[in-house]
Design a protein around this ligand. Sequence first.
Ligand SMILES: C[S@@+](CC[C@H](N)C(=O)[O-])C[C@H]1O[C@@H](n2cnc3c(N)ncnc32)[C@H](O)[C@@H]1O
Ligand code: SF4
Length: 465
Amino acid sequence: MNLEISIQGETLNLTEELLRRYNVPGPRYTSYPTAPEWSDAFGFADYERALSTSNASGRPLSLYMHLPFCERLCLFCGCNVIIKKNHDIAVPYLETLKEEIAMIAARVEKSRHVAQFHWGGGTPTWFSPAQLEELFAYTQNHFIFENDAEIGVEIDPRATTIAHLEVLRRLGFNRLSMGIQDFNPQVQQAIRRIQPYEETKELFDACRALGFDSLNVDLIYGLPLQTVSSFVESVDKVVDMKPDRIAMFSYAHVPWMKKQQGALTRRIPQGMEKFQIFRAGIGRFTDSGYHYIGMDHFAKPDDELCTAQRNRTLHRNFQGYTTKAGPDLLGLGVTSISGVDRFYAQSYRGLEDYSTSIGRGELPVMRGTALTDDDIIRRAAIGKILCHCVLDKKELSAEYGIDFDGYFADEIARLGALCADGLVELTPDSIRVTLIGRIFIRNIGMIFDKYLQKPNDRPVFSRTL
Ligand SMILES: C[S@@+](CC[C@H](N)C(=O)[O-])C[C@H]1O[C@@H](n2cnc3c(N)ncnc32)[C@H](O)[C@@H]1O
Ligand code: SF4
């Protein structure tokens, strides 16, 4: 079967066989090496040393705070959440988080300013406006924010009030990311997330009226009961709302890690059916004037993400694509991830382990890793492919003192098959991702992932499409 797909006015032909070949489990590369490769031999003393050495760089900071609570569990949810209908835990969690903020601030040079700040979840607005205001004030007492810092938060419209929005705006938040997923009532019922369009639109318009600079919305394709026409209706509603950016995530079905996904009893579109939904979404967004950045993301053509992609200054971190170049990422709160210098560290998953560690005066590190020189070179190669859609061999060779063709001889040979399938163009100087290749960009990054070469019998990643 021949499948046409239209992206940014260009029509591409795909085949069922091509989809089968590339729709395989693979990482999203918010880090390299990916989290399954990290080890619990990496502990708080290692992270402490990493923070200390990173100070010499004077690099700016990106602060991520994980606010993990939600009142109800959406069945599709793949996030690190803790379900609490009762809010009694709010005060002790915030007290522990504040202790962690103070511990980290004491280990980071004051001259290193915050360029990026993000509250993610769970649902940050599970906390009351007053609690959020206090937490933000406490953070500002411990870190200096750059004047043009990006200050963002994830909001679930079902758990966000106008009072929340007013406080966030007053505190200086300039970016909001709103979870929508799908507007179809049957789909919403199947995923146990009832979120009527009218209420969502009303809140979205309130965000606009309050003057937040950048509004993002999240959709997911591949959810139970979705069809091409039902998804197109959701996409059209989103286009009418005029967000600045859109994340259209591929539903990651990983019931071996997220048990509640096993309770999704209605038909889940897969393979060709899922691709048709994806194709409809991508066509509709790009026909409506959005630019396809790659890896699920769209932005208006004048958005700084598009400019950064053109200028090759786009980056990728745990929050997705960003224009902020190379700050050290400090994660705070349960399960949060830090990327400092050449180290990754992840906090404990459980509230008890997290607070016990902080109570002992130890940074809460559950696992992590120290990158080898080879990891750093491969991380850069994968990052350039995912962000710029082109890898300049001379540039990478000069940056890392390697001879690209010699160092990556095996990878170049394996890219031959992707080149034959039209995913990349190989020239003596560069590896260029084609428009079709953008759809399978994870697969292209995977060629450079050394850890995927070793046998693994456990299911770890969701499928790439
Ligand atoms: C922490 S949630 C966003 C904030 C808020 N809790 C909400 O749901 O509105 C981040 C986003 O991850 C995406 N997400 C969650 N589970 C997913 C899954 N299994 N596959 C793909 N995307 C998922 C959703 O689009 C969601 O909006
Ligand atoms: S509200 Fe967001 S974080 Fe909470 S369960 Fe639903 S998708 Fe997951």
